[in-house]
Each structure stands twice: as structure tokens, then as C-alpha cells.
Design a protein around this ligand. Structure first.
Ligand code: F6P
Length: 547
């Protein structure tokens, strides 16, 4: 991987000069060019991505593409898909894309084709899902499974829960629940209405060392065994109701889960990119293996698009370049993701981990502190709820917040009346954010309402919308397992591209370790009479808690 400070490239310097020229440009003005919408829209398969409502010109686009070239994006892409150890600090390849390859593909990691092994695990997932869904798999009292509880955290929770919610329309009869937080109230609240005879626990932890997951799994097993109460032998009951997803088979065995009930994964699959692996078991159980497979196929389509499409027509690349433009030149701190479908209500949360755990880095690939901004803050909620909550700040606040609007041409339940209302808001918001409302327009409106001149004068400043707020619109035909897979993978490749442009390692997450270590120390303070040495504030807080 090339290790170059992006700010030292010719393209970056040219972008800086160009920024000075166009930073105040009004998008409304740019739209005087009638070809603009077409020129800044990417149409591919069932995706229509319009990034014309951004503060960019053809020159911006071309300079950003120069930056991608100078940062050797094409070579980096080849290393990524070719199984090179691009996760250098952990000495690993980043190959979640191998999980969505067709079964007859061949992908080498360390000189070994991994596809046969991937296929084997997929067969195991399929076989298991078929027996659970059909009711052939019986619980300890001979009843079929009705509820599946996924216990995991981070990538072992957010991907599965986001997809399970997104594909709710495609669910079978199994009810899926997710327990992630070490907060005991989460696990106990979730367990209270479950029937142990018909509940299957899927313990998901790549490392099988994660405190939250092991605590929740232990509590769930204790609860379960208290209900079994010797009706059958404990080991036999656990074998029917507990399965695990992990790379750490020894730890799983030590926990008491039958090795036959372990669905393996590999260290070349990062946690936040793992929903395509056995980590997606709860998804496959909820929607059936065929739908899971369609999601993988959709992601594979995005992989091929990212790999083979010229940079200027490449959806992930262009979205990443636009992000860099705002993040590094306009000083935008965050990016909002607003899906106009309730099904995607966990998508912003999922992307928070995917994006912020990947690109929240302040050291470059040489180990030097960066002197430029990296990962953006990501947030969002579904439209139209978000319009009635925080859109005020996007419209009239002081911050620039590039916003992604994600919507679908078709609704799943086919209620045209609702869908047109939803999508009217979807289109109107991007229009309003761009056009704003001038003083003259605001005055004319108030005039027409019959208000007197003095009152108008007073009110008008509050009614003005500056506009010129950037948005990117992603319009997709329909929310299907396949299109969902494509959407997620397009964002994954956007993350990769940003990491390349910022010269950082996107696939480690050392930053989460310190808190974990300190929590261990504090826990022993909470469980004992003494308190080890902390700063004065922390010591006082612990004392207050223990009192
Ligand atoms: O703490 C961060 C993290 O390592 C994530 O990257 C990961 O998805 C999560 O913890 C859970 O890890 P595991 O699957 O090993 O329990």
C-alpha cells in the first residue's frame, strides 16, 4: 500500500486552490447548466445515484479523480481484492468480499483457495437453517423452534440486527431477538417472555473473548438451565438450544457448546464486515437461506461494480470523493444518512460502526500523526421522522451537513397513497435544502398571507433559508435481499476508498481497546472494598456509585 500524505499531492494542492474559487458557489446557479443533473448522476442496474446537488463542478470532479489516481486507488483496489495483507497492523487480509463470490470462484489468501471452505460453511448454514425453519430441529421437549436470540455486540450484532430489520418483510415464522448490551436489564428484559423449550440461542463472537457477549451468553445459559431443571441432561439440552459463531473453537468448547454446533469464520473477515459470514446466521434463519444467498449475490454485484467500473462512473468512489471534498475542504464534521423506509431504521447505526470504527484514525500508514481530517461522524434516522426532529438544524443551522437520502421506487406493501407521500417528502427535502428560500420569496409569502408590513419586516429573517445544503440521492427500485446486499457493499467500498485517500488503515480498531482494559480495573474496584488509584474525578464517581 502506498504511504503518501494526501495533502502533499499535486491534486490536493489544486483542490485547495479550486476550493477558494468555488466555496461560495450557489448550486442553484450551477443548475443553470441544463446538463448538470445528467452529468452528476450514476445509473447502474437498479440504482440511480444523483450527486448533482453538491457543491461541485466538473473541475472539482476531475481534481478529485486526480487525487484518487495520485493516491493509487486502482492499485489499492487490486491489493484489497487480491488478498494482500492490507490490514497491516493486524497482519491480515481483508476479504469479506470472498464470502459473496459465486461458489465456483477461486480466491487465494496466502496461496490457498478459500472458496471451498467458504462453500462448506455456507452448506452448513443452509442445512441448519432448513432444519430449524422446517421444524425438524427440535428443542429438549421435542417442540420446534419459534424464537432465535442473537447474542453478540458490535459487528456481531449491528449487521445481523440491521439486516433482520431491513428484511422484516421477507421473514418466516421465526421471531428473532438481539441481545448486545452488557446491561443486565437488556438480557433479562429480553428473556422474560421467551419459552426455553422453543428458543434457540446463537452466540456470536469472532474472538469469543468479548465481555458483553460472554456475560450475556452465560446469563442466558443459566436462565435456560434453570428452566430445564434436570428434565433432560444439561449437555443434551444445551446442544439443542445453543449454537455459536466464532473463530475461537477452543473458547466456544470451554463455554460448553458442542463443536458440531459451531459455525466458523476467518480472521480475514473483520467484525464490522462480517454479516456475510456465519455471523449472518440469525439473518439466514429469519429470512431463509435463499434470501441470505440473494443478499450475498447483491453484494457481489457491488464488488464487481467497484472493481471494474472506471473511477468516474463508480458509485462507491464518487460517493467517497464527495465525502472527502466536504470533510477536508469545507470542514464538514459529519454526514447524515436518511433512509426513506422504516425497514432501514438501523442502517445509520450500522454505518456508524462500519464507517467510524474503520476511518476514525489519527495516525497515517507510516505511524505519523495526520495533519488533516479523517473519518467523518455519521448519524441519521429514517425520513420522515427525522424531518420532524433534527432537520431544522440541517436547514437553518450553522453547520454544513452533507446528507444522503436513500429511497425506493416501490414500497413493499404496495400502499401507493403512503408511498407517494413518503417520496414527495424525499424529493422535496433535497429540493428545499438546495434552493432554500430567499428574503424576497419569504416576504412575498408573508405578504400573500395578509400580514402587515411591520410584522413582515420583523419575521422575515427567521423565514429565510440559505439553501445550498448538499445532498446525494440514492434511488433504488425496491428493497429486496439483493438490493440491500448491493447497498451495504457500496458503502463498504466507499469506506475503503476513503481510507486509501486519507492514507490510513481502515481495518483495525485499536482505539476501542483502552476503554476495555480500564473497565476491567474499574470492575475489580466495584467488586471489592478498595478502590485502586484513578484520577480524582473517576475515584469520586466510583465512590458515589458504591455508596
Ligand atoms: O470492540 C470492538 C469490536 O472488536 C468490534 O470490532 C467487533 O465487531 C466487536 O468488538 C465484537 O467482537 P467479537 O465478535 O469478537 O465479540
Amino acid at each position: 500500500m502506498q504511504k503518501v500524505n494526501p495533502t502533499q499531492t499535486k491534486a490536493w494542492k489544486a483542490l485547495q486552490a479550486h476550493f477558494e474559487d468555488i466555496k461560495d458557489v450557489k448550486m442553484k446557479k450551477l443548475f443553470e447548466d441544463e446538463s448538470r443533473a445528467e452529468a452528476f448522476t450514476l445509473k447502474w442496474e437498479d440504482f440511480y445515484v444523483d450527486y448533482s446537488k453538491n457543491r461541485i463542478t466538473e473541475e472539482t470532479k476531475s481534481l478529485l479523480l486526480d487525487l484518487a489516481k495520485e493516491m493509487n486507488l486502482e492499485e489499492a483496489k487490486a491489493a484489497y481484492f487480491g488478498g494482500a495483507e492490507i490490514n497491516e497492523t493486524e497482519g491480515r487480509a481483508v476479504m469479506h468480499t470472498a464470502l459473496r463470490q459465486p461458489t465456483d470462484a477461486s480466491v487465494e489468501i496466502d496461496g490457498e483457495d478459500v472458496i471451498p471452505e467458504v462453500n462448506e460453511v455456507k452448506e452448513k448454514i443452509k442445512g441448519f437453517c432448513d432444519t430449524v425453519i422446517s421444524g425438524t430441529h427440535k428443542g429438549y421437549t421435542g417442540k420446534a423452534i419459534t424464537d432465535v436470540v442473537n447474542i453478540g455486540i458490535g459487528g456481531s450484532d449491528l449487521g445481523p440486527v440491521m439486516v433482520a430489520e431491513a428484511l422484516a418483510y421477507y421473514h418466516n415464522h421465526l421471531k428473532v431477538h438481539f441481545i448486545s448490551n452488557v446491561d443486565g436489564d437488556h438480557v433479562h428484559e429480553s428473556l422474560k417472555d421467551l419459552n426455553p423449550e422453543t428458543t434457540l440461542f446463537v452466540i456470536v463472537s469472532k474472538t469469543f473473548t468479548t465481555q458483553e457477549t460472554l456475560s450475556n451468553a452465560t446469563t442466558a445459559r443459566k436462565w435456560f438451565l434453570s428452566k430445564v431443571a434436570g428434565a433432560v441432561e444439561d449437555g443434551e439440552a444445551v446442544a439443542k438450544h445453543f449454537v455459536a459463531v466464532s473463530t475461537n473453537e477452543t473458547a466456544v468448547k470451554d463455554f460448553g457448546i458442542d463443536p458440531n454446533n459451531v459455525f466458523t469464520m476467518w480472521d480475514w473477515v473483520g467484525g464490522r464486515f462480517s454479516l456475510w459470514s456465519s455471523v449472518g446466521l440469525s439473518i439466514a434463519l429469519a429470512v431463509g437461506y435463499n434470501n441470505f444467498e440473494s443478499m450475498l449475490a447483491g453484494a457481489h454485484k457491488a464488488d464487481e461494480h467497484f472493481k471494474n467500473t472506471p473511477l468516474d462512473e463508480n458509485i462507491s468512489v464518487m460517493m467517497a470523493l464527495v465525502t472527502v471534498w466536504y470533510n477536508n475542504f469545507f470542514g464538514a464534521e459529519s454526514e447524515a444518512i436518511i433512509p426513506y423506509t422504516q425497514y432501514l431504521h438501523r442502517f445509520p447505526a450500522y454505518l456508524q460502526q462500519a464507517i467510524m470504527e474503520s476511518n476514525g484514525k489519527s495516525v497515517d500508514r507510516d505511524g505519523n500523526h495526520v495533519d488533516y481530517q479523517t473519518g467523518q461522524i455519521v448519524w441519521g434516522e429514517p425520513g420522515t421522522n427525522s424531518q420532524h426532529a433534527f432537520f431544522q438544524l440541517i436547514h437553518q443551522g450553522t453547520k454544513i451537513i452533507p446528507t444522503h437520502f436513500i429511497g425506493y421506487k416501490e414500497s413493499l406493501h404496495g400502499d401507493k397513497d403512503h408511498h407517494n407521500k413518503l417520496m414527495a417528502n424525499f424529493f422535496a427535502q433535497t429540493e428545499a435544502l438546495m434552493n432554500g428560500k430567499t428574503e424576497a420569496e419569504a416576504k412575498a409569502e408573508l405578504d400573500a398571507s395578509g400580514m402587515d408590513a411591520a410584522a413582515i419586516e420583523k419575521l422575515v429573517p427567521f423565514k429565510v433559508f440559505d439553501g445550498n445544503k448538499p445532498t446525494t440521492t440514492i434511488l433504488i427500485d425496491k428493497l429486496t435481499p439483493e438490493s440491500l446486499g448491493t447497498l451495504i457493499a457500496l458503502y463498504e467500498h466507499k469506506i475503503f476508498t476513503e481510507g486509501i485517500l486519507w492514507n490510513i488503515f481502515s481495518y483495525d480498531q485499536w482505539g476501542v481497546e483502552l476503554g476495555k482494559q480500564l473497565a476491567k480495573n474499574v470492575l475489580s474496584d466495584l467488586n471489592s472494598d478498595s478502590i485502586a488509584s484513578h484520577d480524582a474525578s473517576t475515584t469520586a464517581l466510583i465512590q458515589a456509585f458504591k455508596k
